[in-house]
Design a protein around this ligand. Sequence first.
Ligand SMILES: [Zn+2]
Length: 368
Amino acid sequence: MRVAKISGPINFTGARTQYNIDSHVHSGKWGPENARYTIKDILEISGKPLELNIGGEKQTNIIKYNFVTNLEALNLENGKPIKDEITGNLDLLKEAAGKSNIKVLAVCQPGYGSAQNIEKLLSENPGQFIGLKFHPESLPIPANDPKLEPYLEIARKYNLPCLFHSGLTGSNSCPRKIYEIARKFPDVPVILAHLGAGTDHKDAINVMIESINKNDALLYCDTSWVDHKNSDGPVLKELIERLSNTIQGDKTDRILFGTDMPLGEFGAPGHKIENFYSINMENVKNALKKNFGENADALIEKIFYKNAEYLYNLSNDAAEAKHNFFQILKKNKVIVGICLFFAGAGGFVYAKNKPDSDKKPAITPKIA
Ligand SMILES: [Zn+2]
């Protein structure tokens, strides 16, 4: 696998540029908060460079990708989803068209829709949906119900990770119930979103470790609502310590940064806290800095970017962008030649008159 370089150079303000992937984001109408979110709302929060203080160092953070699902397909009204699997997922795909920092996961509705709907979406929109999403609480169904199995078959066929809302022990979204279905599809990556929301996260961590020790499922987790207000990061500390030392070795590749933005304090009317997205990122990154010393930066790179890039197979995007750039260069040889001539001439004039003190490094961030 080609590994992306995600730490950019120090820019002219003295801040380091860092790339991130938020693997858990939503748009659409969410009944519990009586709110409707759009891609525009998401990008207002994460679409601009975020200036953070990480371990006492200024850092510019860019969210390169937001992985988004449509809440309208996850949300029941009068006993049925507001939008069905076809409409809800296609509506979000349309809204996301042309936005390179938005990637879409298809919402699945076991018990309400059918896996054939999802297969139709995937075959008619190749490469457009990067994963599947399940919410066994919002669309109530126990995560281990056989009705989910045809969907997992589709995930296996199309090589897609499955993001599951995970919650209270014993509930529909109990981590152990999710583990049960994941065990039936041991080559399909299954992500425990929130690492057991509303719990102390111990059950979800135990389930992950058990699956790794038994080597019978491919369980991941995301960090949404985990230590999001606690920069000491006690849960993340335990999670990382235990995943670092499994009988299969270091499995910290199983952790993905995610937020659940723009829900709750990120953007919900009456709950929103200004800059909460930056506060959350600072807390999680600083928790890793505090607890993992010289290993912290490598862990941050994995959890905030590389793990998701690898799991969701996004490394080709960078190669594709480079390819497109060179295609444009080829097609526009004459124009580019003229531009380069004037740029060169301008540079020569500038260099001749440049003050000696002006020795700033290049500001263009690199991503390979
Ligand atoms: Zn969510």
